[in-house]
Ligand binder design. Structure first.
Ligand code: ADP
Length: 282
């Protein structure tokens, strides 16, 4: 008590009954403390349990549920409002009906994307996302990933240049690597300026392979850069939603890369834009 000058702790010791309290110790952990007097009047047994990590995880979980609910609310509200307007008679007004049905379709697709990402994350968390590691050609996976971003790149007039040597191999799961590259290249195309550029490059570095996806867009401010791999974190929320983003792509990328024994990060590109890089073992 002389050492830990916390009034709640003193109260617990001085209380004549058995008691429990959760106390934030100064410069220390958050502790769940049980005081028991079973051992006679003269003293008291204190059991201190460090619950810092548990409480932090509970907060993460609560925030996650709040974020998911928030993300689902907008598309669900649009689907509901459009359906109600159609039922109320708009179905007889073809131009308006067409517009409402487009809205239904867009928002249903958005819900499907969010759910697919959430499912991937929960499978990754539970260790149920089966990864089969084998030597994989970086070039052939990159070529496959590019087919998924051709349409959005064309729509925004973004030129994608690829420089990947044909002989580069990584130890990876081909499907996971494709998912990673599609996410990174799609982001680069989505967030760079219209008529901008995206470069996909790979090279051997020691006994690993470094793959880079660069763009010459607005880049990411320092204060956001650290956090873009967090679930639902967005540097520019309105831009992300407008572009159909779920805010989950990079957290899935990080999870997948680390599950394959690799590393992923982001740096500013000179003179502008971002470099998303990953290192995978050869
Ligand atoms: P989203 O679905 O919003 O794209 P991500 O997890 O893929 O979610 O990315 C998180 C955030 O990181 C994005 O909302 C965006 O603000 C930022 N971001 C990702 N890639 C880039 C990039 N190439 N240039 C600028 N910002 C980016």
């Amino acid at each position: 008590l002389a050492l830990v000058r916390v009034p709640e702790l003193r109260a617990l010791v001085e209380d004549t009954r058995d008691a429990t309290a959760e106390i934030q110790l100064p410069n220390g952990p958050r502790a769940l403390i049980r005081a028991a007097r079973t051992y006679g009047r003269a003293g008291c047994v204190l059991l201190l349990e460090d619950v810092t990590t548990m409480r932090r995880l509970e907060t993460v979980r609560r925030d996650f549920v709040a974020n998911v609910s928030h993300e689902l609310r907008t598309p669900v509200a649009v689907i509901r409002a459009n359906a109600e307007t159609l039922i109320a008679g708009a179905a007889n007004d073809p131009p308006l009906a067409r517009q409402l049905i487009d809205g239904l379709h867009r928002n249903a697709a958005r819900l499907a994307r969010i759910l697919a990402d959430l499912l991937d994350l929960s499978r990754l968390d539970a260790g149920q996302y089966r990864l089969e590691l084998a030597p994989v050609s970086v070039k052939s996976v990159t070529e496959q990933s590019l087919t998924a971003v051709e349409t959005p790149a064309l729509a925004r007039g973004v030129a994608v240049e690829v420089a990947v040597p044909g002989e580069l191999l990584v130890r990876a799961d081909a499907k996971a690597l494709d998912q990673i590259l599609v996410n990174l290249i799609d982001n680069a195309v989505k967030y760079t300026r219209a008529e901008g550029h995206v470069w996909v490059e790979a090279r051997a570095v020691g006994d690993a392979v470094r793959i880079e996806v660069r763009d010459d867009g607005p880049g990411i401010a320092d204060k956001h850069r650290e956090r873009v791999f967090e679930r639902f974190y967005r540097a520019d929320p309105s831009r992300s939603r407008e572009a159909g983003g779920t805010g989950l792509g990079l957290s899935i990328v990080k999870h997948l890369v680390e599950s394959m024994g690799g590393e992923v990060g982001v740096e500013p590109n000179a003179p502008r834009g971002s470099i998303f890089w990953l290192r995978l073992p050869e």
